[in-house]
Design a protein around this ligand. Structure first.
Ligand SMILES: [Zn+2]
Length: 156
């Protein structure tokens, strides 16, 4: 698939999901620099980024300040409605139960995540996503996981 290349304005053969996951990874890097658990998220509609977020639970003293939650809020504001139909969420780590629940209410069309989270990911609790939501996992999983692992290694 040929898609737009953000870097040089040309075209590239990199799959579009990887391109957008790289954007989510950039936000995860920002979280890392701010000493937050490094998770980043973006929401894309019709080739345009309409919502962004990165984990801010420490800065905001708010357990709901996950990357996805902020991206949902931003995207809903952009869309002027609570439903995120024809939108894709890209997030570096598998959503937790709260974020999976929020995605259910938003009825988002597609979720693409990087690395799985076996301890806190939604998957172990069964199907929490909306029946209309397509879920894709493992996009740039190694890069997404490396960032998280590096963060927690430095914490010990
Ligand atoms: Zn979450």
């Amino acid at each position: 698939m040929r898609v737009y290349n953000f870097e040089d304005g040309g075209e590239t053969d990199v799959p579009v999901d990887e391109l957008y996951m790289r954007e989510a990874l950039k936000l995860a890097q920002v979280a890392y620099q701010e000493d937050e658990v490094p998770i980043g998220a973006i929401i894309v509609a019709q080739g345009k980024i309409i919502g962004k977020g990165y984990n801010l639970t420490e800065r905001l003293h708010d357990v709901t300040a996950h990357a996805e939650m902020q991206a949902f809020t931003a995207a809903s504001n952009f869309m002027g409605g609570k439903y995120l139909k024809d939108c894709t969420l890209y997030v570096t780590v598998e959503p937790c139960v709260m974020c999976a629940g929020a995605s259910y209410w938003a009825q988002i069309s597609r979720i693409v995540y990087g690395t799985a989270d076996e301890k806190r990911g939604a998957a172990k609790y069964g199907s929490l996503y909306h029946p209309k939501t397509e879920v894709v996992s493992g996009v740039l999983a190694a890069d997404c996981a490396a960032l998280i692992q590096s963060f927690f290694r430095n914490k010990r």
